[in-house]
Design a protein around this ligand. Structure first.
Ligand SMILES: Nc1ncnc2c1ncn2[C@@H]1O[C@H](COP(=O)(O)OP(=O)(O)OP(=O)(O)O)[C@@H](O)[C@H]1O
Ligand SMILES: [Mg+2]
Length: 180
């Protein structure tokens, strides 16, 4: 599980805002070619995380919608951010028709909600974020963040690091106080 090419981080967030703040951290680090799978049941917080990622990537807030009906929406931020939602996709053929596969390895980062609906849609090297409701506390989510391949493992390490130990955190750059 561990090593340069794989890292699993576990993070608990205690509010929707904290989930978005974690996303923002990821959005600031995103590079073209990065692939992020977002997994978890209805209302788990996938879109909430995407909103934070987009903010971190400097996508104008109003652009971020739920692409459930369009399947893929592309935003222009610091880099192109492609946001897909595979909830209603029947199979790989249907996904081909949307142009989704052309986005992988392209000019931007690709974020995919319900990535598990179409097995094999994503490359092996990806960041997989699974969000789960806490059984007792409605505002709490448990995130398992699995980075596969060196690049995505580094992202998982970044997200798993306690806020106070992240590069730039602490008193000198006290703006990042993502409480979670
Ligand atoms: N810790 C938390 N993290 C994220 N969302 C939270 C948290 N606590 C409460 N929420 C609420 O849960 C809901 C998550 O909705 P969101 O649309 O992000 O889910 P989703 O996983 O994208 O669902 P869907 O599969 O329907 O698209 C929001 O209403 C949000 O305010
Ligand atoms: Mg959603």
């Amino acid at each position: 599980m561990e090593g340069a090419g794989r890292h699993l981080a576990r993070v608990t967030t205690r509010s929707a805002r904290a989930t978005a703040a974690l996303g923002e951290l990821l959005g600031r680090a995103l590079r073209p070619g990065d692939v992020v799978a977002l997994l978890g049941e209805l209302g788990a917080g996938k879109t909430q995380l995407v909103r934070g990622i987009c903010r971190g990537a400097r996508v104008p807030e109003r652009e971020v919608a739920s692409p459930t009906f369009a399947i893929v929406a592309s935003y222009r931020g610091r880099l192109p951010v492609h946001h897909a939602d595979l909830y209603r996709v029947a199979d790989e053929d249907e996904l081909h028709a949307t142009g989704f596969f052309d986005l992988l390895g392209g000019d931007g980062a690709v974020l995919v909600e319900w990535a598990d609906r179409v097995p094999g849609a994503l490359p092996g090297e990806r960041l997989e974020v699974r969000l789960e409701h806490d059984p007792r506390r409605p505002e709490v989510r448990h995130l398992a963040i699995d980075g596969m391949g060196e690049r995505h493992a580094a992202l998982a390490r970044l997200l798993g690091a306690p806020a106070r130990r992240r590069p730039g955190a602490g008193r000198r750059a006290g703006r990042r106080t993502a409480r979670r």
